[in-house]
Design a protein around this ligand. Structure first.
Ligand code: BTN
Length: 246
């Protein structure tokens, strides 16, 4: 797979920029657009992603896929697992909060925003990755949920470029496997790293709310939630929080 990187000093959002420059981002098999600072970083569910200048990763992985987009639902989870695996290689113990969040000591360190456009039978994929590498304390405190950065958990200083290079290698490997075999090869690894299994969680999406026990994954990466009436439902997308017992 041929890969190129485009570096931008300061931009509103790498996902937005990539979607506006399709001629540049689809000239190779994979293009990684990354920036030093984002002025309007986007998170899932329309949230803001804190993106100060400095040692954090703001990157969008862009590629076209000649496939049924239905099958692509779990692509962001493949990227989430790629991130978790490189953090393990750095000596960390990440957990995945389904579907796309990485936690360290129960605090969010990374998130993935997947945007897909459909053009002439092709899917154009924009996988936005935010990783807090070395984030000032006052920025972490501004985030609307407990958040952390890698540097709080490792002694060795890593440059964000080194981490992005590791992620590029890991993701290219994982994407090839996903395109050949779907989510099946990732299922066990993903489930083993999942946070909250067996615990009571709250799942919210588009004004709907479910409370139940975080049970397992379906074969294609959906969340099996065990409801109080003993029914198990599969959720395709949701915002998950741990239910605090009163
Ligand atoms: C989330 O957890 O809500 C997803 C966060 C994704 C943030 C990244 S930073 C690079 C890319 N550009 C954006 O505007 N957002 C994603």
């Amino acid at each position: 797979m041929k890969c190129k990187k485009i570096f931008l000093d300061k931009i509103d959002s790498t996902n937005k920029w990539a979607k506006e420059h399709t001629d540049q981002v689809f000239s190779e098999d994979l293009t990684i657009v990354h920036a030093d600072e984002q002025t309007a970083g986007k998170g899932r569910f329309g949230r803001h992603w804190e993106s100060p200048q400095g040692e954090n990763i703001y990157a969008t992985f862009c590629f076209r896929i000649n496939a049924q987009c239905l099958h692509l639902i779990s692509l962001a989870q493949v990227m989430t697992l790629s991130i978790a695996k490189i953090l393990i290689k750095l000596g960390l113990q990440p957990k995945i909060r389904w579907p796309n969040d990485i936690l360290l000591s129960n605090k969010k360190v990374s998130g993935v925003l997947c945007e897909i456009s459909h053009t002439k039978g092709l899917c154009e994929v924009f996988l936005g990755v935010g990783i807090n590498v070395d984030t000032p304390k006052e920025i972490l405190e501004k985030i609307d949920q407990p958040a952390t950065c890698l540097q709080k958990h490792i002694i060795k200083k890593y440059k964000k470029g080194e981490i992005l290079d590791l992620l590029e290698i890991q993701f290219i490997h994982d994407l090839d496997l996903f395109l050949a075999q779907g989510f099946a090869p990732f299922l066990c690894e993903y489930e083993n790293l999942m946070a909250y299994i067996g615990e009571e969680i709250c799942c919210e999406n588009q004004g709907k709310k479910w409370v139940g026990i975080c049970h397992s994954l379906t074969n294609d990466g959906q969340l099996n939630l065990y409801l109080p009436n003993k029914e198990i439902i599969a959720l395709q997308a949701a915002d998950v929080t741990l239910r605090v017992k009163k």
